[in-house]
Design a protein around this ligand. Structure first.
Ligand code: B1M
Length: 210
């Protein structure tokens, strides 16, 4: 692998924002292929996700790596647009109605962005109809629902039902959050469940067939 690309991956893994952005700029100046530069960034975030899933690192390290990724992506974005490289998949994410917890949802959003999904984050306390209209508006492939309260788990069920009732057959629904389990996900008819933001990337890729 090209030395600059390898150093970008290493910098993201370490959450080293300065090196990540400097090396991304160096790769751009050296006219390296935009998709390969993107690949080096995604590969760094993949490693962050794997270590988070294995409890080798914790939330602060993920946030620091995601910030390095975000700033490097900002440099790369004009080049990706020029080269016509767009994320292949769009995901809508939000915390369900009645629930204001967003720390875990934001981590999943960052990890999906790091895996090169186009993520539309609807925020917290999102009504089922808003999820439905966002899926239609953006032609989403995936919807991610987060719930942190046992009292808002029924809202997750209602949201899955609203999306199914809207006849959005192609869209996959992923759920997660501290009280959510695989058996609850099965019960409400979700397509996927993951217990953490690292596994949420594997789940998302699997659901959309990436
Ligand atoms: Co709240 N709260 N809270 N709270 N809060 C909990 C969740 C609680 C367990 C605390 C407790 O009692 N021990 C409890 C819920 C009990 C229950 O329902 N079983 C609780 C309660 C009761 C409440 C209030 C009702 C308190 C009150 O007002 N009486 C109230 C509700 C407000 C509302 O939402 N309507 C409330 C309010 C708040 C704050 C606003 C103060 C704040 C939220 C700030 C914010 O999010 N911006 C807050 C916080 C911070 C917590 C705790 C302390 C931490 C939650 C958190 O961010 N964890 C929490 C207790 C605890 O967990 N120790 C608690 C870190 C985060 C990284 O983990 O969100 O689980 P988590 O996300 C993980 C996974 O779950 C998964 O990946 C993430 C990363 O690995 N994941 C997904 C999450 N979403 C996913 C989606 C996926 C896939 C994976 O696919 C789409």
């Amino acid at each position: 692998m090209n030395e600059i690309l390898a150093s970008i991956t290493e910098a993201i893994k370490k959450g080293d924002r300065k090196t990540a952005t400097a090396q991304t700029q160096a790769a751009i100046n050296a006219q390296l292929n935009a998709e390969e530069i993107l690949g080096s960034l995604v590969s760094g975030m993949d490693d962050v996700g794997r270590r988070f899933k294995n409890n080798e690192i914790y939330v602060p390290e993920v946030l620091i790596a995601a910030r390095a990724m975000k700033e490097s992506m900002a440099l790369l974005k004009p080049l990706l647009i020029k080269a016509g490289v767009a994320p292949a998949y769009t995901a809508i994410i939000g915390t369900v109605q009645g629930d204001l917890h967003d720390i875990g949802k934001n981590l999943v959003s960052m990890m999906w962005t790091g895996a090169n999904f186009n993520v539309i984050d609807l925020g917290t306390d999102v009504a089922p109809e808003r999820f439905v209209s966002a899926v239609k508006e953006h032609g989403a492939h995936l919807v991610g629902l987060s719930a942190l309260l046992t009292t808002t788990m029924p809202a997750m069920k209602n949201t899955v039902k609203a999306i199914r009732d809207a006849g959005l057959a192609g869209v996959k629904i992923a759920v997660g959050g501290a009280p959510v389990t695989q058996s609850f996900a099965d019960e409400i008819g979700a397509d996927g469940f993951s217990p953490d933001a690292g596994s949420a990337v594997d789940m998302a890729r699997q659901l959309v067939g990436a």
